[in-house]
Design a protein around this ligand. Structure first.
Ligand code: MEV
Length: 320
C-alpha cells in the first residue's frame, strides 16, 4: 500500500512574535506545497529521502535518531518526531518532494509535518480530521522547536487565509484575497527558537516599553482583519508597513530584510514587511499591478518568489 499526502506552505501577514504572547495573527496558505509518499520499505530499514535537496537518511524510529547517508540535516527532526508519534516502527520508506524553496521562510517545516502525519495516518488507516491533525502537527513542532504557536500547522492543515484570535479561536476568511505578493528571501537564515528567546529577553529587560508594543501589534492585526474583510488593499499595505516598524522595535529585522522591504516599496509595493521569525529569512510585499517591478527590485540583491494565497489545505489518499 502507498499513502500520499501534501500540505501547503504558509506566509504570515500579521502577528509574528506577538502571537507567542497570545495576540492575534493572520497567515495564509500559499501555492507552494510539500508532498510526502509513505510505503513499505524494500529493505529491513526505514529510509527517508528528499531527492530535491539530495538528502537521504536511515531512520532509527524507536530511538528517534537517524544515520545520515547524504545531504544536510534540517527537516529530518520533524520527520522523525512525526514517525515516532504515528508509526509502529515497521520498516517504511518516506519520500519528500517540495516546491517550497529552502530558506524562503515559508514555513516548510509545518507543511512537511502536516503532510507526513496525514500520510502516516492514511498508511495505518488511523482516523483523523483537520482539527486533530492540526493539533498533532503542533505537538510535533513544539517537541522539535521548544516553542511554537499553533499558527503554521493550522494554516498548513486548513489552507486559506486564517485568523487566530486572542483566545485561540481559528477563523477562516471567507473573502477572495487572491492578490499577488512577492516574497523576498536572503541566504542568511534566522533561527526561530533563538529569535523568540531574544524577543522575550528584550521584553523582560524593558517591559514598560515592549509590552505595549506587543499589544499594539495585536490591535494592528485586528484592524488588518477588518481591512481584509473589506478588501481594502491600501489599508492592508499601510498596516504591513507599520507592522514592519514594530518588528524593528522588537529587534528582529536585519539590514538585508529592511533592504528588501524598502526596495519593494520603492518599486511600487503598497505594503511590505518581514514575515516569520526574522533575524534573516524573508519579507512579504503586497504589490497588485507591480509584481514584476517589485520582483526585479528585490532580485537585484536577494532571491524572490511570486506567490498567492490558496484555499487548498492538506490532502491525502491511499493507493492499494
Ligand atoms: C515564526 O514563523 C513565527 C513566530 O511567531 C514563532 C511562532 O509563532 O511560533 C516568530
Amino acid at each position: 500500500m502507498i499513502a500520499k499526502a501534501s500540505a501547503p506552505a504558509k506566509a504570515i501577514l500579521f502577528g509574528e512574535h506577538s502571537v507567542v504572547y497570545g495576540e492575534p495573527a493572520i497567515a495564509g496558505a500559499v501555492n507552494k506545497r510539500a508532498y510526502i509518499t509513505v510505503k513499505e520499505s524494500e529493505c529491513e530499514k526505514s529510509i527517508f529521502r528528499a531527492p530535491n535537496i539530495n538528502f537521504e537518511a536511515e531512520l532509527l524510529t524507536r530511538e528517534k535518531k537517524y544515520i545520515l547517508r547524504k545531504g544536510k540535516p534540517g527537516i529530518i527532526r520533524y520527520i522523525l518526531e512525526s514517525v515516532y508519534r504515528a508509526h509502529d516502527h515497521t520498516p517504511i520508506d518516506i519520500t519528500l518532494t517540495s516546491n517550497v524553496p529552502i530558506g524562503s521562510g515559508l514555513g516548510s517545516s509545518a507543511a512537511v509535518t502536516v503532510a507526513t502525519l496525514a500520510a502516516l495516518y492514511r498508511y495505518h488507516n488511523i482516523r483523523f480530521n483537520k482539527q486533530s491533525l492540526a493539533h498533532d502537527a503542533h505537538m510535533v513542532e513544539q517537541a522539535v522547536q521548544g516553542v511554537a504557536s499553533p499558527l503554521d500547522t493550522l494554516v498548513s492543515t486548513y489552507g486559506g487565509l486564517v485568523y487566530l484570535s486572542r483566545n485561540k479561536k481559528v477563523e477562516r476568511f471567507n473573502v477572495n484575497f487572491n492578490v499577488p505578493f512577492v516574497v523576498g528571501y536572503t541566504t542568511k537564515h534566522g533561527n526561530t527558537g533563538k529569535m523568540v528567546k531574544d524577543v522575550k529577553n528584550l521584553k523582560d529587560r524593558n517591559p514598560k516599553i515592549i509590552n505595549p508594543v506587543i499589544t499594539a501589534m495585536g490591535n494592528l492585526t485586528n484592524y488588518a482583519k477588518q481591512a481584509i474583510l473589506k478588501r481594502d488593499f491600501n489599508k492592508v499595505g499601510e498596516l504591513m508597513n507599520i507592522n514592519h516598524g514594530f518588528l524593528d522595535v522588537i529587534g528582529v529585522n536585519t539590514l538585508e530584510l529592511s533592504r528588501m522591504v524598502y526596495n519593494a516599496r520603492e518599486a511600487g509595493a503598497i505594503g511590505s514587511k518581514t514575515t516569520g521569525a526574522g533575524g534573516g529569512g524573508s519579507i512579504i510585499a503586497l504589490c497588485p499591478g507591480k509584481v514584476d517591478e517589485v520582483a526585479k527590485a528585490i532580485a537585484r540583491d536577494d532571491n524572490i518568489l511570486k506567490i498567492h494565497f490558496t484555499r487548498k489545505g492538506v490532502s491525502s489518499r491511499v493507493y492499494q
